[in-house]
Design a protein around this ligand. Structure first.
Ligand code: FES
Ligand code: FES
Length: 166
C-alpha cells in the first residue's frame, strides 16, 4: 500500500510510531504543515485526509496507509487557492505560522457547510446550514492564532463562502 500525499504515492514508514506530522515535515520535507503544541490543542498541524480535516500530530502515518492526504502545498500547487488569496486580502495572517492549518481547516469546513453538516451551535437541524460568523468561529475553534488574526480569518472565510454561493 501507499499513502497518496498531494497526488504522489509515498511508502508508509517502517516505524509504526511515526506520526503523520513527522512523516510530512521530517521525512518528506513538506514543511508547510506546522508544529505547534504537538498534542492536539492548537490546530497548526491540520491537513486534509480524504478531504476531511485531521490533526496530523495525533494521527499515525500507518493509520493513513491507502488514503489521500492533502497539505497546504497540495492546496496551492498550481496557483494560490481562493482561500489563500482571501487570507491575504483580508489580513487573515500576521506571522503566518498558524495559516496552513487554518486554510486546510477552512477548506474542509466550507465543504462541511455545503454538505449540511451541523455544528454544535447550529439551531435548526432540519434545514440547510446557514453560514454566519458565529458558525465560522465555532467550526474554526480548533485552530488557534497566537497573533490574534481571528477576525481577518473569519472575514476571509466569509468572503470565499460568498464567492462560492454566487
Ligand atoms: S501541533 Fe497538532 S494540534 Fe497543535
Ligand atoms: S498569524 Fe501568527 S499565529 Fe496566526
Amino acid at each position: 500500500m501507499a499513502i497518496r500525499i498531494n497526488g504522489t504515492d509515498v511508502a508508509p514508514p517502517d516505524d509504526a510510531r511515526v506520526s503523520l506530522l513527522d512523516l510530512l515535515r521530517d521525512r518528506l520535507h513538506l514543511t508547510g504543515t506546522k508544529v505547534g503544541c504537538n498534542q492536539g490543542a492548537c490546530g497548526a498541524c491540520t491537513v486534509l485526509l480524504d478531504g476531511e480535516r485531521v490533526l496530523s500530530c495525533l494521527t499515525l502515518a500507518a493509520q493513513v496507509d491507502g488514503r489521500a492526504v492533502t497539505t497546504i502545498e497540495g492546496l496551492g500547487a498550481d496557483a494560490l487557492s481562493p482561500l489563500q488569496v482571501a487570507f491575504l486580502e483580508h489580513d487573515g495572517l500576521q506571522c503566518g505560522y498558524c495559516t496552513p492549518g487554518q486554510i486546510c481547516a477552512a477548506s474542509a469546513m466550507l465543504d462541511e457547510i455545503e454538505a449540511g453538516v451541523p455544528s454544535y451551535i447550529t439551531r435548526d437541524l432540519s434545514g440547510p446550514v446557514t453560514l454566519s460568523r458565529d458558525e465560522v468561529r465555532e467550526r474554526m475553534s480548533g485552530n488557534l492564532c497566537r497573533c490574534g488574526a481571528h477576525n481577518g480569518i473569519v472575514d476571509a472565510i466569509m468572503a470565499v463562502a460568498a464567492e462560492r454561493a454566487a
